[in-house]
Design a protein around this ligand. Structure first.
Ligand code: PRP
Ligand code: ZN
Ligand code: MG
Length: 225
């Protein structure tokens, strides 16, 4: 990828983190001109442009140098970090800052009538998730041998369909679990929105922009705390 002058930040196009991500950047003094396709937003106040993408695509876009920074859930970042490790590749991204919004839990959830006491009860069962690597690590630490059913979405209906006994998914308000007659049983990962960057920061003007942006972000976070 050829060198760029302007910094690029990827954020979630539409979802839980979108509005708060835009709000944080606005508080940092960044304003953007929305382009017609709304996927690329030109930065007006600084040489910082915005890419609106699927949250799951943020880590790889950073690793490939398509963008320099990203705002994404720690759940997505850690899952893909572990996946890279499993594939024997160094992850080309890392967490720079926890941003204090989008708090949620990656949790094990069981049917409401199930009496959950301890991880040992999961032995030999099937657990549906979009986070197979984080779940596998948690199960391994708990010394439990369970089957992981990897799905790309709609994990919550798996127990009702009989394709899994339990699920491991993000819980924010808990409304999705309740609507599917499930309850939270154990926390696998505490998550929130984080600022992600490449393994090494660019040494050019973009690096200076990142330093400045980090100072502004730290200021905004301090005021909120
Ligand atoms: C998560 C998760 C649940 C929902 C839980 O999806 O997969 O569907 O949020 O939220 P609740 O406890 O408030 O009901 P999310 O929107 O984070 O992302 P995704 O579509 O990228 O999976
Ligand atoms: Zn997603
Ligand atoms: Mg979802």
């Amino acid at each position: 990828m050829s060198a760029r002058d302007r910094l690029r930040i990827a954020i979630q196009k539409s979802g839980r983190l979108s509005d708060a991500s835009l709000d944080l950047l606005a508080r940092c003094g960044l304003t953007f001109r929305r382009s017609r396709d709304k996927l690329f937003c030109f930065g007006e106040t600084l040489a910082v442009d915005l890419l609106l993408v699927r949250d799951d695509d943020v880590p790889n876009m950073i690793a490939e140098g398509v963008c320099d920074l990203g705002i994404v859930g720690r759940n997505v970042l850690d899952e893909q970090f572990l996946a890279a490790g499993c594939a024997g590749q160094p992850a080309g991204f890392r967490e720079l800052r926890a941003l204090g919004f989008g708090r949620c839990r990656l949790a094990l959830a069981v049917p409401q009538e199930f009496q959950y006491v301890e991880p040992a009860q999961l032995g030999g069962k099937r657990i549906a998730t979009t986070y197979p690597n984080l779940l596998a690590k948690w199960l391994e630490r708990a010394g439990v041998d369970a089957g992981i059913v990897s799905l790309s979405g709609s994990v919550e209906i798996a127990p009702r369909l009989g394709t899994a006994d339990f699920i491991c998914d993000l819980v924010s308000s808990g409304a999705t679990l309740a609507a599917n007659q499930l309850k939270e049983a154990a926390v696998v990962l505490e998550s929130e929105a984080v600022l992600a960057a490449g393994a090494t920061l660019p040494g050019d003007e973009r690096g200076e922009l990142i330093d400045m942006l980090l100072r502004r972000i730290d200021g905004v976070i301090q005021v909120r705390a």
